[in-house]
Design a protein around this ligand. Sequence first.
Ligand code: SAM
Ligand code: SF4
Length: 346
Amino acid sequence: MSHHSELPTPIRLIDQFGRQVTYVRISVTDRCDFRCVYCMHEEMTFLPREQILSLEEIQLVAECFVEMGVRKIRLTGGEPLIRKDVMHLVDALGALPGLNELTLTTNGSQLVRLAPSLYRAGIRRLNISLDSLQPKKFRELTRTGELQLVLNGIQAAKDAGFKRIKLNAVILKGRNDDEVIPLIDFARAQGLDITFIEEMPLGEISEHHRGESFCSSAELRELISAKYALSPTPETSGGPSKYYQMSDSSSRIGFISPHSHNFCGDCNRVRVTVEGRLLLCLGNEHSIDLKSILRSGNLASPAEMLQVKSALKKAIVASLAMKPERHYFDNNEEPQILRFMNMTGG
Ligand code: SAM
Ligand code: SF4
C-alpha cells in the first residue's frame, strides 16, 4: 500500500469548477542578471537565502505534483539559469516518471553555457525572452542585458537540438512597438515561434506608467496584419496564448492577453513561488505556504521525508478549494498585486 493511501479521494487535482491542474510553474530564484523595466526596480532587494526553497525542496514539491497528475512543469524565475547548481534540479525533474514535459522560461543569457545540458536533461522546448533586436534599446529595456549574448544563446539552443523555440516579447508603446515586425521577421528567419505578452500590472516598478505604455494584443494584431495576414490556429498550448499562422511561414505568432478574461475557464495551472507559496491564480493573492510543511521534518531521513510528502499532498489537494474562478486585472494603472513578476515567474 502506498504511503499516501490515507488521502480520502483518488489523487487528481480537480478544483471546485471542474478544472484539473496538470501544469505547474515553479520559480526557482527571484534573482536575475537583468533588470527589465516592466519587471523590476533598478534597485532590487532579493530574498535572503534561508527564505527561498532549496533545490531539494523544489524537487520534492515537483514530485508531489507529478504523483498527483501534473504532466507539465515550467521552471522560471527570476532567471532560472543563474541559480547555482540549477542543473541538479533540471536533471532530477527530467528523470521524473510521469512528467511529460519539462520546460523553461529564460532570458537567454546563460544558454551558450547551458543549452546542451538542458537538452541532455530532457528539456525539449524553451521560451526565450527577447524584446528588442537593437543593442542599445535592448540594454535600455533590460538595463543590464547584452543583446549579442542572448542572440548567441538562441543559436546555441538551436545547435543543441531545440526545436520550436518560442520567443516572448513584451511590447511597450513608445519604447519597442517599432520592433514588432523586426522581431517577427527574426522569428521567421530563425524558424522560431513568437508570443507577444501584454504588460501585467504586477509590482510597483517606478520606471514608467503602466497605463501609458500598455500595448494591447488587439493593437498588435492590427499592426502585424498590415504586413502579414494572420489566420487563427485552432491549437492552444493549454494556456492563455492565442496562436496565429502566416501563410508563408511555419513560425506561429501568439498573443497573451491577461486583461481579457478569456482563459480562466480552462485554467489548468498553479504556481509555486521561490518562497514556497503555492499560488492558485496569478491574478489573486490566494495561496498556501508549502515551505513550512517542507521544513516540518528532516528531509534527509527517508521516513520523515515520506511524512512531509504526504502532508504536502494533503495541503495541495485542500488548497484547490481556494482556486478562484477567474482573475481581475481591471485597471492597468494601479498594481493590485504587489508581488513582482520575478517572484511568481509569470
Ligand atoms: N527571466 C526569465 C525571462 O525573462 O524569460 C523568466 C522569468 S520572466 C518574469 C518571465 C516572463 O515574464 C518574461 O517573458 C518577461 O518578459 C515577462 N514579464 C515580466 N514582467 C512582466 C509584466 N509586468 N507583464 C508582462 N510580462 C512580464
Ligand atoms: Fe529578469 Fe526575466 Fe524579469 Fe527580465 S523579465 S528582469 S530577465 S526575471
